[in-house]
Design a protein around this ligand. Structure first.
Ligand SMILES: [Fe+2]
Ligand SMILES: [Fe+2]
Length: 286
């Protein structure tokens, strides 16, 4: 018991430090801020992508992957924008910006981070598809859906990265048990995600999603938040084997009611998410 308490104290004091907020290069941070603006400057975005060769090659790799593949290969950012559209390029750029923070050589942390990455991507794809399916064009929900889904659990990533750091620095002897780590993530990831997205200076709607996506009380008129909450529930249910009780809980959830998603609608969302998960695996080798 004492050992567990020590791990919790050390981890929490680590996450309070500013350097435990996940690093993004200056260019990535500026790009992420431009992308998440209400009226992004697309020319600026294109130039920022072009200025970063690693980012450019990642974006082209994803644009040419099985997830997006068209008839012909694209070999420039301009072509990728023309083929996929600015919104998709913003989504792919966000995907690329954050992917490296999910990578690690530590096998214990890797298992958690890989699971989290696929959960985040599944939520992102589920949010985009559902926002179009429900015609949520108002309040720019469609253009913000992917990024909100992808970033909603960034607090968990912060906690895992901080845990890896304290272990590497020998501040803790062993990793906590799976149940303790799960408990810690559940308890602290929303606050940590809120702090991180605010620290990155992203707009309020994104850090509100990070903070309130599991809150008992939430703003029912916030469409983006309600959408992420529903898709998160659906993804978690799929990840834990689609238990009948979980399915019933999603169908009768307040989020499904607020968005007007029926039982059939939930099944359709799942059908969209499932094949995407397989395609992501071809793009991400942790
Ligand atoms: Fe969460
Ligand atoms: Fe989640």
């Amino acid at each position: 018991m004492k050992k567990n308490e020590a791990i919790i104290d050390i981890l929490l004091s680590q996450v309070k430090k500013e350097d435990s907020l996940l690093p993004l290069s200056q260019n990535s941070l500026m790009l992420q801020r431009e992308i998440t603006k209400n009226s992004p400057d697309f020319k600026k975005i294109e130039n920022m992508i072009k200025a970063d060769p690693a980012l450019t090659s990642h974006i082209l790799k994803i644009a040419n992957s099985v997830v997006y593949k068209g008839l012909e290969e694209v070999d420039s950012v301009k072509e990728a924008i023309l083929r996929l559209g600015t919104n998709e390029i913003n989504n792919i750029a966000t995907w690329t910006i954050h992917q490296s923070n999910f990578q690690t050589k530590d096998p214990f942390i890797k298992a958690y981070k890989t699971k989290l990455w696929f959960h985040s991507l599944s939520c992102a794809v589920g949010c985009v598809w559902t926002s179009k399916y429900l015609d949520l064009d108002r309040e720019s929900v469609v253009s913000k859906a992917f990024i909100s889904g992808l970033l909603h659990d960034m607090g968990s990533l912060c906690l895992l990265t901080a845990l890896e750091k304290v272990k590497t620095e020998n501040k803790i002897e062993d990793y906590p048990s799976d149940s303790l780590l799960q408990e810690l993530i559940e308890k602290f990831h929303t606050d940590q995600g809120y702090k991180l997205l605010k620290y990155w200076n992203l707009p309020k709607e994104f850090y509100t999603v990070a903070r309130d996506h599991h809150a008992e009380e939430f703003n029912h008129s916030d469409l983006l938040l309600t959408l992420v909450r529903l898709i998160d529930k659906i993804c978690l249910k799929m990840e834990t084997g689609n238990k009948p009780a979980d399915t019933a809980a999603v169908i009768s959830s307040i989020e499904a009611k607020l968005l007007g998603v029926s039982e059939i609608g939930i099944a359709e969302i799942e059908i969209e998410i499932e094949p995407s998960q397989e395609k992501f695996k071809t793009l991400f080798k942790p």
